[in-house]
Design a protein around this ligand. Structure first.
Ligand code: C5P
Length: 412
């Protein structure tokens, strides 16, 4: 048995799902691995498995209520929260996830989760439609952002007869994930990787005082840079002109035009592991910017500018023989999925983050965003819909998904 669990104090939380019957086996495996296990069950969980079973397996009384004077006299709930090195909730139902995601403390288990500063891991288990529901997906993203590590769920036959994602990971798989020596690497899954991100608008000069540009605020690209750095990556941010502070630990290269952004990207593309094109690059520039300020001409109603195409920065990065994993963005106002899929293929990207910029309060300039992720990894095509959330939370989800796809691709 793996020794990394030996002597570890694990608070095993069990909530009301049919998978609770597997928690007995999980408790047994954890104790066999040398962990000290104390079990807390929600009220509903006791309809699926009895506290006595868990008590017999762990040799410790099982706690079920916050308002139990006798149990509180033994080890108060705050004491129990402090006791744990690891909080493991398995199974975690949709309801429990919702309560934890909103910081509720309406029973013993949620109270302990809120009070404990230990590492927190959960193994979600529920019907596949419940898992796929945007509310649960939103809660899962929030819990991940709050520091929870989610193991699974697995896909397959469900107790209710459905087939799909929502099965609790098998106890052996949970144990393996907990005991893996890569636990610290999991916390910093981007350790040792170089991530290059383009962000913001570009500015294409027409003359010394005027330019063509767009409304990109750079917020999403900067949030991605901050998230990648927080996950352990070395990050270079190639930034167009924006009014944002450089995230901590991020190296920033300021550029103005698409061609400057292109040159910086090409310089770095061969030596990075992940390239994310989040910039709103101007598609065209003036063929010949005027040397002096363009004057209004008396008697002429119009002015004709000749524009030429800018290089497609991300497509060129994706076309390199020494290409990194490449993630692009697609801002669309209609037919989001079809346009995004087309862009994924046409530009040769590995993953695309598509957002509907016509939705109120989301996208350009806003602090929140929603996205549809589409990717191609070693196993084929995949997708995930990320509901409206802060750009910081979304950025973390995008980086984590990109890292997972990159790993899956490398494994093939
Ligand atoms: O074609 P479209 O501009 O919609 O594609 C968006 C994606 O392509 C974004 O990832 C953007 O950063 C990237 N792009 C680029 N260079 C261009 C135009 C877009 O890297 N000239």
């Amino acid at each position: 048995m793996p020794s990394s669990l030996s002597g570890k104090r694990i608070l095993l939380g069990i909530s009301a799902g049919i998978a609770a019957y597997k928690s007995a086996q999980l408790a047994r495996l954890l104790t066999q691995a040398g962990a000290e296990v104390r079990v807390v069950m929600t009220e509903g969980a006791q309809a699926f498995i009895t506290p006595l079973t868990l008590q017999a397996l762990t040799g410790e009384p099982v706690r079920t209520s916050l308002l139990d004077p006798e149990a509180e006299a033994g080890m108060g709930h705050i004491e129990l929260a402090r006791w744990a090195d690891l909080v493991l909730v398995a199974p975690a139902t949709a309801d429990l996830m919702a309560r934890l995601a909103t910081g509720q403390a309406d029973d013993l288990l949620t109270t302990l989760c809120l009070a404990s500063r230990a590492d927190k891991v959960m193994a979600p288990a529920m019907n596949q439609a419940m898992w796929r529901h945007p509310a649960t997906q939103r809660n899962a993203s929030q819990l991940t952002a709050d520091g929870w590590r989610l193991l699974g769920p697995a896909s397959g036959d469900q107790a209710c007869g459905d087939i799909g994602p929502g099965r609790m990971l098998e106890p052996e798989a949970i144990l393996e994930a907990l005991a893996a020596p890569t636990q610290t690497a999991e916390v910093h899954p981007a350790d040792g990787l170089h991530v290059v991100i383009t962000a913001g608008p570009t500015r294409e000069p027409l003359d010394p005082v005027r330019y063509l540009s767009n409304h990109s605020s750079g917020k999403m690209g900067y949030a991605l840079a901050a998230a990648a750095a927080a996950l352990g990556a070395r990050v270079t941010l190639i930034s167009g002109p924006v009014a944002l502070a450089t995230p901590e630990g991020v190296e920033r290269l300021d550029v103005e035009t698409a061609r400057e952004m292109h040159d910086a990207a090409q310089r770095l593309a061969g030596e990075c592991d992940l390239f994310i094109g989040c910039a709103a690059v101007a598609d065209y520039r003036a063929e010949t910017p005027a040397e002096h300020k363009i004057k209004k001409r008396e008697g002429e109603e119009g002015l004709t500018l000749t524009l030429v195409k800018n290089p497609d920065i991300i497509a060129e990065v994706a076309a390199r023989a020494d290409r990194p994993f490449v993630v692009g963005f697609a801002a669309e106002t209609r037919d989001l999925e079809a346009y995004a899929r087309d862009k994924l293929t046409r530009k040769g990207l590995d993953m695309i983050v598509a957002n509907d910029v016509s939705a109120a309060g989301l996208g350009f300039g806003a602090d929140d965003n929603a996205a549809l992720l589409l990717w191609r990894d070693g196993e084929g095509e995949g997708g995930e819909s990320l509901p409206p959330q802060s750009k910081a939370t979304l950025a973390r989800a995008v980086i984590e998904r990109a890292l997972a796809c990159r790993r899956a691709r490398a494994a093939h």
